[in-house]
Write a protein that binds this ligand. Structure first.
Ligand code: FPP
Ligand code: MG
Length: 323
């Protein structure tokens, strides 16, 4: 078993510095925007995305240390991720995130939308200043994909005809694209050959898909307390995720409940019961496992180093959330 500490150890100091830097970078003229942004970074997420960039930087830079550009890239990924969460909480009408009240709850939807836009804009400025058109394109693509993923998710709500590939595609856009493209960008900043830039991308892509698949599983297996949001909330909102897609194969009647949007008393309980009785949860774990294996194969293309090992350990941490 891998403790979170072991792979964060290598980048722990970098990450502490990162939080401080990000707060300085988002300095805003308008107090309310600054408060909204600062408050978010205080709330403290897991910072997996910048950790990934910093580890990929260590595995690829000649000195074994991240350069200033790598550090800025890590800060940019955290800004983009946070911006997307601010918007996401408006869309999902969420009052709480990471155990703290959300920006929309505290400041209202208008300020939350602007605070998200503001963070995207700031991240674009710092991105341009990295001076690499290729890296600008990679990270701009992420922002495009985040919007695309969120649109797909809205479009697919309560749609029981959703194909498995469409579910994976949505998961890529919403979660894995940021990890894939920022890992690639770290390799690009280290002037890695194309083959290793592809390996970096594939590591982030498979890790990101596994991360989302695990998240979708936790919606069914975790309590409200551990999740920091109501259990089975994805299902209630009509999200058709891997456990549901698998359960539909065994209990086709489940689609009737979903299509009527759980309007009748007991619908949600019955749906949950079918998902839990089906092979859906075990098959979903297996799906996450397959993507983790592919992530490891990709990162093993890099020469051995403590940073490469930390990236392998990180895959264990993603799975450990459910296994
Ligand atoms: C979390 O979803 C949300 C995301 C990973 C991405 C959200 C992206 C957007 C809202 C689009 C951003 C807008 C622009 C302009 C690019 P979740 O609700 O499944 O997870 P949660 O439980 O953490 O809220
Ligand atoms: Mg949400």
């Amino acid at each position: 078993m891998v403790s979170v500490a072991s792979f964060f150890d290598l980048v722990e100091q970098d990450l502490n510095q990162l939080t401080e830097n990000v707060k300085n970078l988002v300095g805003a003229k308008h107090q309310v925007l600054r408060l909204a942004a600062e408050y978010l970074f205080e709330a403290g997420g897991k910072r997996i995305r910048p950790a990934l960039v910093l580890l990929m930087a260590r595995a690829t830079s000649p000195s074994g240390e991240p350069t200033e550009k790598h550090r800025r890239l890590a800060e940019i990924t955290e800004m983009i991720h946070t911006a997307s969460l601010v918007h996401d909480d408006v869309i999902d009408v969420s009052d709480v995130r990471r155990g703290a009240e959300t920006v929309n709850y505290l400041f209202g939807n208008k300020v939350a939308v602007l605070a998200g836009d503001f963070l995207f804009a700031k991240s674009s400025i710092y991105l341009a200043r990295l001076g690499s058109l290729e890296v600008v394109e990679l990270l701009a693509t992420v922002i495009d994909h985040l919007a695309e993923g969120e649109m797909l998710q809205i479009k697919n709500q309560f749609d029981t005809t959703l194909a498995f590939d469409e579910y994976i595609e949505k998961s890529f856009y919403k979660t894995a694209s940021l990890m894939a493209n920022s890992c690639r960008a770290a390799a690009v900043l280290s002037d890695m050959p194309e083959e290793l830039c592809d390996a970096a991308y594939n590591y982030g892509r498979h890790l990101g898909i596994a991360f989302q698949v695990v998240d979708d599983l936790l919606d069914f297996t975790s309590s409200t307390e551990t999740l920091g949001k109501p259990a089975a909330s994805d299902l209630r909102q009509g999200q058709i995720t891997a456990p549901v897609l698998y359960a539909l194969q065994e209990f086709p009647e489940l689609s009737i409940l979903i299509q009527r949007e759980f309007k009748l008393n007991g619908d949600i309980e019955q749906a949950l019961d079918w998902v839990k009785k089906s092979q859906g949860l075990i098959r979903t774990k297996e799906l996450a496992n397959q993507h983790i294996k592919q992530a490891i194969l990709a990162v093993e293309k890099f020469p051995p180093s403590p940073a490469r090992q930390a990236m392998i350990d990180l895959t264990d941490y993603v799975l450990k959330r459910v296994f």
